[in-house]
Design a protein around this ligand. Structure first.
Ligand SMILES: [Zn+2]
Length: 280
């Protein structure tokens, strides 16, 4: 058993064991591998995938509960199963729903991020979280956690941006972000190829197809957001690469950390403005 010397550290880029005094990593050429921001706490967010995925689902549940608390009159047992435990539109608007209405009338561009954490009913939440629990671990395995969260965040933004451009007035849900993970899985399967790649491509392709069939049959589904999310996911797969063709490096973790920091700040802002508005 060896204990790393206290004057040594892991390179934040390639994770090679290097000296703290090194100005350039001898393995990967990273400059100033000891600088504080290249070793900051935000990058350590991506060390425990299982905990991170649970946390992500936890934030979605917390926002759902909060949106219900914001309108205590809205806990109706509606006739449709989608109406059960549904927050009203006012409470969703306050907490950061997106679409042409919040963006054009209220100039809330940041809702392109926050809307992914809001749901219109218990079934909507449960469907999306089951899908995230299904596809999330595959994307974490093939892309690493930092890229998975970047794809998730950018996919939500891309999906809701397309839906905004298409003129959808009011929309919420994690499905644009989840569709981005599906897009990234499709890209991975197609790009990697082989028996395993083909297997991934066919299985996930089946899911993508059923999402679109479901979207065409069930009214009120935001197909623009689904399609935009999926396209963003494919593009992210192409641009960011996956573990087998581009191992996770510092720039991947920095992008993931920027997505995490941006999301935390926006969700904090959403809750703060909603609470101030609702209770003042
Ligand atoms: Zn290195």
């Amino acid at each position: 058993m060896t204990t790393p010397h206290k004057n040594s550290q892991l390179c934040p880029n390639c994770r090679g064991l290097i000296s703290r005094n090194e100005t350039v990593c001898p393995y990967c050429g990273l400059k100033n591998p000891g600088s504080w921001w290249k070793n900051s706490g935000l990058l350590r967010l991506f060390q425990d995938s299982d905990l991170f995925l649970k946390g992500l689902i936890g934030v979605n549940i917390a926002f759902f509960v909060l949106s219900l608390i914001m309108n205590p009159g809205g806990l109706g047992m509606g006739m449709s199963p989608f109406g059960f435990l549904s927050p009203n539109n006012r409470s969703l608007l306050l907490l950061g729903a997106t679409g042409t209405m919040p963006i054009e009338s209220l100039h809330r561009w940041w809702t392109l991020v926050s809307a992914s954490y809001l749901h219109g009913g218990l079934l909507h939440l449960v469907f999306n979280m089951i899908a995230l629990r299904q596809i999330g671990p595959l994307i974490i395995q093939e892309y690493g956690l930092a890229r998975m969260f970047s794809i998730y965040t950018l996919g939500g933004i891309g999906g809701f941006l397309l839906s905004y451009l298409a003129g959808v007035p009011f929309t919420i849900g994690a499905s644009a972000a989840v569709c981005a993970l599906i897009g990234a899985a499709l890209y991975y399967g197609k790009s990697r190829g082989g028996t395993y790649g083909q297997q991934v491509y066919q299985q996930v392709g089946g899911w993508a197809l059923s999402i679109f069939v479901f979207g065409l049959l069930v009214p009120g589904i935001n197909n623009w957001a689904h399609g935009g999310g999926m396209a963003t996911g494919i593009l992210c797969g192409l641009l960011l690469g996956y573990q087998e063709n581009r191992r996770e490096m510092l720039n991947h973790r920095l992008l993931g950390a920027a997505c995490a920091l941006g999301t935390i700040l926006i969700l904090f802002w959403a809750v703060l403005t909603a609470v101030i508005y609702r209770f003042s």
